[in-house]
Write a protein that binds this ligand. Structure first.
Ligand SMILES: [Zn+2]
Length: 222
C-alpha cells in the first residue's frame, strides 16, 4: 500500500505533479487512483475539494481510509492505468479562492477570539463562507455592535502587515499560524502571506440564541 505524503499542506501553490500511484477498480465503471505524492485537498474542515485532473481526465476527489483518492471513469483510465506514474493537476483559480477564504476565516477567528468569541464551526465554501462563534464567557453580554468597529479596525491592521502564514507538522497534525497570532490545527490550504488577499469583507453578522454568525468573503490576488 502506497504511503501518501500531503504536499498541499506545505505548498498551496504546487499545482501539478508527476507521481507514483496505486489504483483499484471500483466496480466496472470507475477506477480509484491513489497518488503517492498528493497535492490535492479533499473536502474536510469546512473547505471544499479541489478541481482535479489525472492525465487530463477530470476526477472526483474522495477520502479512502485516510488517503486522498481520485476517481476517474474506467474507460478513460485505460490509457494510463498500467503506467508507473500519472500527472495530477489542480485548478489554480479554485485552489486560490479556497485558500483565500480559509485564511481569512482563520484571521476572523483570531480577531473574534481577542474579543471574547470562540469559533465553533466554519464553512469556507465560496458564496456561503461563514463562521459561528459562541461566547467564551457565557455571562458576557457583549453585542456585535459593541465590538464591530474594533473588530474591523483590527482586521485592517492585521491585513495591512503582509503577515506570513506558517504551517508546522506535529506528528500527524498540521498547525497553521498567521503571523504571530494563535495557531489552529488545520489541514486545509492557505495563502503564502496576507498580502495575497486581494479583497476581504465581512458581509453580515447576526446573533441568535447566543451564537454569532459571521458571513464573509475573500479573494486571492490574480
Ligand atoms: Zn486552515
Amino acid at each position: 500500500m502506497v504511503e501518501q505524503s500531503h504536499l498541499f499542506l506545505d505548498d498551496t501553490y504546487l499545482l501539478s505533479i508527476d507521481t507514483r500511484f496505486e489504483s483499484r477498480a471500483l466496480g466496472s465503471d470507475r477506477v480509484s487512483i491513489i497518488p503517492a505524492d498528493n497535492i490535492v485537498h479533499a473536502q474536510g474542515g469546512g473547505q471544499p475539494s479541489d478541481d482535479v485532473t489525472v492525465n487530463d481526465v477530470p476526477a472526483e476527489v474522495v477520502k479512502e481510509a485516510g488517503r486522498v483518492a481520485l476517481l476517474v471513469p474506467a474507460d478513460r483510465a485505460h490509457g494510463f492505468i498500467d503506467e508507473h506514474r500519472v500527472t495530477i493537476r489542480v485548478d489554480r483559480d479554485t485552489r486560490l479562492r479556497h485558500a483565500a477564504l480559509h485564511t481569512f476565516g482563520h484571521i476572523i477567528a483570531n480577531v473574534l477570539d481577542e474579543h471574547g468569541w470562540f469559533a465553533k464551526k466554519a464553512n469556507h465554501f465560496p458564496s456561503e463562507a461563514r463562521i459561528e462563534f459562541t461566547r467564551k464567557d457565557p455571562s458576557n453580554m457583549t453585542d456585535w455592535s459593541d465590538i464591530e468597529d474594533d473588530v474591523k479596525s483590527r482586521l485592517s491592521q492585521v491585513l495591512s502587515q503582509r503577515l506570513p502564514v506558517h504551517v508546522r507538522q506535529d506528528k500527524k497534525t498540521s498547525f497553521v499560524q498567521v503571523g504571530d497570532l494563535p495557531e489552529f490545527p488545520c489541514a486545509g490550504t492557505h495563502v503564502r502571506d496576507t498580502g495575497c488577499l486581494a479583497t476581504y469583507e465581512i458581509i453580515s453578522t447576526k446573533i441568535k440564541k447566543g451564537v454569532l454568525k459571521v458571513r464573509y468573503d475573500a479573494k486571492h490576488t490574480e
